[in-house]
Design a protein around this ligand. Structure first.
Ligand code: NAD
Length: 256
């Protein structure tokens, strides 16, 4: 799918990997809807980009707000062609602690945001995508990019909820690709290793150092625009569908 002139919703678009994707797609001529519950960050980015960028306050765990973001994109730009799901967060908690077992509400919260929030955005955006006129020979009506994590495959100590949520995104990618094939909508998932974003900045120094040391090559954290580059390729390449791609400098994370 050619990106120029298309409309993209990016959840989690106010920060980190989402913001880098917003900037790249906007730079390529897309109209972007920045969907995030971080109002200040989202509004600042939309104002900076100016024309062809709009912010919508969206908590992906609130289906009404996800629907409102989809409606805003339709009203403002007339169609939705691209959805990039970046909204997500983590929690560090062992399955059993010295004082208490894992807080079940924490587990549910992470599944709610990362997994159910991603699926909700997919189903509501794809419902609109099916109305698009497939302009080129590949008959793409829409493209969806999800964000999983290397932790979907090699989750560390304390990552039960996060790894479960991300592994489920990997698991649903192929069946959703199959579901959406009759309407000409493709979907792929990116599984990033360690990227330099505010999420990672918040991690303790010793964890950051341990992770950086585990990356074979290049021996550094990924840059957010390197994630956006792969999102661009997934959107543009008509054969990319139903697959999860690790983007991680060959890291296979250890237990800690
Ligand atoms: N940074 C990394 O190393 C890394 C590695 C693997 C996967 N990821 C994943 O990439 C995605 C983006 O992370 P990031 O590193 O850019 O973090 P980030 O914190 O910089 O950005 C995440 C954005 O998501 C938003 N968000 C969080 N919960 C939300 C909700 N309920 N509704 C709407 N928006 C919400 C936040 O406000 C924020 O703007 C996440 O899904 C994360 O799990 C990040």
């Amino acid at each position: 799918m050619e990106i120029k002139g298309k409309t993209a919703i990016i959840t989690g678009g106010a920060s980190g990997l989402g913001a880098a994707t917003v900037r790249r797609l906007h730079g390529l001529g897309a109209r972007v809807v920045i969907a995030d519950f971080n109002v200040q960050g989202g509004e600042t980015l939309a104002a900076e980009l100016g024309e062809n960028a709009v912010f919508t306050k969206m908590d992906v765990t609130c289906s009404e707000e996800v629907q409102a973001g989809v409606n805003l994109a339709m009203e403002r730009f007339g169609a939705i062609h691209i959805l990039v799901n970046c909204a997500g967060t983590g929690a560090a908690m062992r399955t059993v602690g010295r004082e208490a077992p894992h807080d079940l509400d924490v587990f549910k919260k992470i599944i709610n945001i990362n997994l159910i929030g991603t699926f909700d955005a997919i189903r509501l955006a794809a419902f609109q995508m099916q109305k698009n006129d497939p302009g080129d020979g590949n008959k793409d009506r829409g493209v969806i990019v999800n964000t999983a994590s290397a932790a979907a495959f090699d989750g560390q100590i304390g990552q039960a909820s996060y790894s479960a949520s991300k592994a489920a995104i990997v698991g649903m990618t192929l069946p959703i690709a199959r579901d959406l094939s009759p309407i000409g909508v493709r979907i792929c998932t990116i599984a990033p290793g360690i990227f330099d974003t505010p999420l990672m900045m918040a991690a303790p120094d010793d964890l950051r150092a341990s992770l950086a040391q585990q990356i074979p090559f290049p021996k550094r954290f990924g840059k957010p625009d390197e994630f956006a580059m792969l999102a661009q390729q997934i959107i543009e390449n008509p054969m990319m569908n139903g697959e999860t791609i690790r983007l991680d400098g060959a890291i296979r994370m250890g237990a800690r």
